[in-house]
Design a protein around this ligand. Sequence first.
Ligand code: NAI
Ligand code: HPV
Length: 317
Amino acid sequence: MIKILANDGIDPIGKKMLEDAGFFVETNNIPQDELPVRLQEFDAITVRSATKVRAALIDACPNLKLIGRGGVGVDNIDVDYAKGKGIGVYNTPASSSLSVAELVFGHLFGGVRFLPDSNRKMPVEGAAKFNDLKKAYAKGVELRGKTLGIMGFGRIGREVAKIAIGVGMEVLAYDLFPFNPEVEVVLGGGFVAKVTVKTATAEEVFKQADFISLHTPFVDKPLIGAAEFEIMKKGVGLVNCSRGGLINELELIDALNAGKVSFAALDVFDNEPAPRQEILSHPKISLTPHIGAATNEAQERIGVELAGLIIQHFLKK
Ligand SMILES: NC(=O)C1=CN([C@@H]2O[C@H](COP(=O)(O)OP(=O)(O)OC[C@H]3O[C@@H](n4cnc5c(N)ncnc54)[C@H](O)[C@@H]3O)[C@@H](O)[C@H]2O)C=CC1
Ligand SMILES: O=C(O)C(=O)COP(=O)(O)O
């Protein structure tokens, strides 16, 4: 019997699909340092972003035939190394795009009206300083009519654009590669509108956008640091629901303190799972603990897609 370790969990429907197909599935959260021994008895492992499947772990588990990533980023897996050893590596690239895009808008709506800071301060200072807080948060802005710069016009970037258009924002889209600027915006009542977004260079996005949202993978260096903050509009808002490292965190703090950036919203961090304290305690940063894909709908789609890929992999052997 094929044995699968779902080390960062798997949606119950995906698990049942695997079991119905005759696989044994153990849902667990085995600590990283115990995996080199305990994974040896399994044929496959599924992970989210927490568990790392590096070369040393792969070497320790000669029985391993498949690594499944329930999600998009495979930066926690030594993919080429695994494939070089004949191990199948799969991810579920489209299943969570909408959930991430909706979180981006949660952060944007929150950022422009100071919700994170208000939520931190109201329970502590609300009664004594209600009117001071009311004054401090009086200068919010509306999103409609503002320009959203989207860096990386892939699956998530495109979903973000659709919501932005629905909200009445202008979209400036930048990608490293040529892309189709037309998106299909689903409106109520079964109507679909085809809208062509403006394309831009990275520099144009930095100079013209009121808000910037990042949707590229992290490769080797930040996309945004002091030089980029320098040319941005004063008061720009930034969202990073993509990967820690894309924004230089220390230079972000300088830009927030200088008033150049009005707020930042981070779902991902340099040092996960322990982001730096200056980031966690900054009043102008909206924080979520890497939950872009953490919705019932996304996790169900991911579980079902991953189960299908695993079944197909083993059945075709
Ligand atoms: N916060 C969370 O929980 C989640 C985060 N993510 C992350 O979101 C990111 C984007 O995911 P998808 O949109 O699904 O990927 P995708 O592959 O569909 O799109 C990424 C786009 O970025 C472009 N790109 C790559 N390098 C670039 C650069 N240096 N400058 C400009 N564009 C560049 C690519 O050409 C591509 O169009 C990934 O890093 C992924 O891991 C994905 C799901 C959940
Ligand atoms: O799919 C991705 O790239 C993600 O970052 C999602 O991470 P998670 O599976 O929620 O730990």
